[in-house]
Design a binder for this molecule. Structure first.
Ligand SMILES: [Zn+2]
Length: 487
């Protein structure tokens, strides 16, 4: 792991910085930012006239100051609220074999994952981390086996995040190692070196059907004692729901409620997927402490997407993640946001009247226009850039008591992206819509994570890919994958 100068200071100013709005949402202002170590220490805002005056002075007296003119927009780096970065090694895996279609997690991943060593996980996590950085993601909520190796891989690459070493004691490839992974959780939590890199810990029970009641309760107690968040999968498969019904006469969400997990005193609880959670379950999951993660493209592969309109109606707090490359094949969060935006109107494609129209049983498609208008009116926020971006900035950045991230504000982790508005993917670049609905990864001019610039500004992607660190990481990951695939 690279060491860091914990008190290193950095000053930058820019004509266009995205900061919290005075009445909520965001605003773009001229600003001067001071970083100390991994954190933003001060963020001073100016009117354009004041800024022009000040910057002329600063240029004279502060040779260290980094200045970005109006061509560039500085925003928080994105936060991916649910990842398994090491699973980038499964990208493009053949999903055709029979059995996989029923339960991909159990029939495919568990078998492959049982063969991974800690060194494999470190090597493969680096690849997922580099892919994330190149897409403007500066912070991840990762959940996987060999947690210590994940923390080290994040530090190797410069990505920050919360590591939840996978805990499972009933089923799954980590069954025999849960005590070791518990220790890894505590070690990451205690490690000041990790903290300087912006790396923190969470408890990571895998799911309701892979973790015993005793372990869930032990985790709940430890979350409260250590003030650590809980990050788990919940209601992600029919099999999980069926097991909960058979064994506990409850849905997975009701079961967690019954054994005291949902009402425990711990920090935030982050639950991925929530597909097999009915309205009754959803009402158990919005008491201020629970947040669901919606991973659209992944859910379309391993099951199907949850009904976001029901989540909204039940006032569930939710954020957006990508899950793993194996069930998604991309770690680009902007693509997920654009998918989120389209969900409300997709209902129409499967609605009763449209089915009748398809079958020639409706004399006219015109009633569909009225229905579309109604859904459009009921889902206006799904097309608002601020609302979408909060799912990958502020909301997932407020879930860990030890770190704030996702805003350019004092005390927050210094994670930011410098976008080049002259680059074609961002041009003309004066609207947040470009970030919420576009894929602007190719217009990243520079990126800072935990107070450190990554690569070379102005040549961001190429400088990462041509670095000795990336070349060594890719070669090691390739060799390890080759060895695992060898007959
Ligand atoms: Zn997952």
């Amino acid at each position: 792991m690279k060491s860091r100068k914990s008190q290193q200071r950095r000053s930058l100013c820019a004509a266009r910085v995205l900061v919290p709005g005075e009445q909520g949402g965001y605003q773009i202002r001229a600003a001067r930012l001071e970083c100390e170590g991994s954190l933003l220490k001060t963020v001073e805002l100016f009117s354009p006239e004041e800024y022009a005056h000040k910057v002329a002075l600063w240029q004279k007296y502060d040779a260290q100051l980094e200045i970005f003119d109006a061509r560039y927009l500085l925003t928080p780096a994105f936060i991916n609220a649910h990842t398994h970065l090491a699973m980038n090694c499964f990208r493009g895996i053949d999903l055709a074999p029979s059995g996989v279609k029923h339960n991909m997690v159990e029939n495919l991943f568990f078998a492959c994952e049982a063969r991974l060593s800690a060194a494999d996980v470190r090597a493969f996590t680096r690849m997922g981390a580099y892919e994330s950085l190149l897409a403007g993601v500066g912070f991840v909520w990762d959940h996987y086996y060999h947690g210590q190796a994940i923390g080290e891989a994040l530090a190797d690459t410069g990505l920050s995040g919360v590591v939840a070493p996978t805990l499972q004691d009933l089923r799954g490839p980590g069954k025999a190692q849960w005590e070791e992974q518990w220790q890894a959780t505590e070690d990451i939590n205690r490690g000041t070196k990790f903290r300087e890199h912006g790396i923190f810990a969470a408890f990571g029970p895998h799911a309701t059907d892979t973790v015993s009641k005793e372990l869930w309760q032990k985790i709940s107690t430890a979350c409260a004692k250590l003030e650590l968040p809980l990050h788990a999968h919940l209601a992600q498969s029919c099999e999980e729901w069926q097991r909960a019904k058979t064994l506990h006469s409850a849905s997975p969400s009701e079961y967690l409620e019954r054994i005291g997990v949902l009402s425990s005193n711990g920090a935030h609880q982050l639950f991925a997927h929530g597909i097999f959670a009915d309205r009754q379950d959803l009402r158990l999951l919005h008491r201020g402490k629970q947040t669901l993660v919606f991973c659209p493209f992944s859910a379309m592969i391993f099951a199907f997407p949850a009904n976001l309109m029901a989540w909204e109606a039940e006032k569930v707090r939710w954020v957006v993640g990508s899950d793993c490359a194996a069930s998604n094949d991309s770690m680009n969060l902007q693509k997920e946001l654009r998918a989120v935006s389209g969900f409300p109107l997709q209902q129409l494609s499967y609605a009763k009247y449209y089915q009748q129209y398809l079958e020639g049983q409706a004399s006219s498609p015109l009633p569909l226009a009225a229905e579309r208008h109604k859904i459009w009116e009921d889902s206006t926020k799904f097309r608002e850039a601020d609302w979408l971006l909060a799912k990958v900035w502020d909301l997932p950045g407020e879930l860990h008591p030890q770190v704030k991230v996702g805003k350019l504000s004092p005390g927050y982790l210094a994670n930011l992206v410098v976008w080049d508005s002259h680059a074609p993917a961002f041009w003309p670049g004066d609207k947040l819509r470009s970030l919420a609905f576009g894929d602007t990864a190719a217009s990243i001019h520079g990126m800072m994570v935990a107070g450190q610039w990554l690569g070379t500004s102005g040549n961001f992607a190429a400088s990462l890919l041509e670095s000795a660190e990336y070349k060594a990481a890719e070669a090691e990951a390739r060799e390890r994958l080759h060895a695992l695939l060898a007959p």
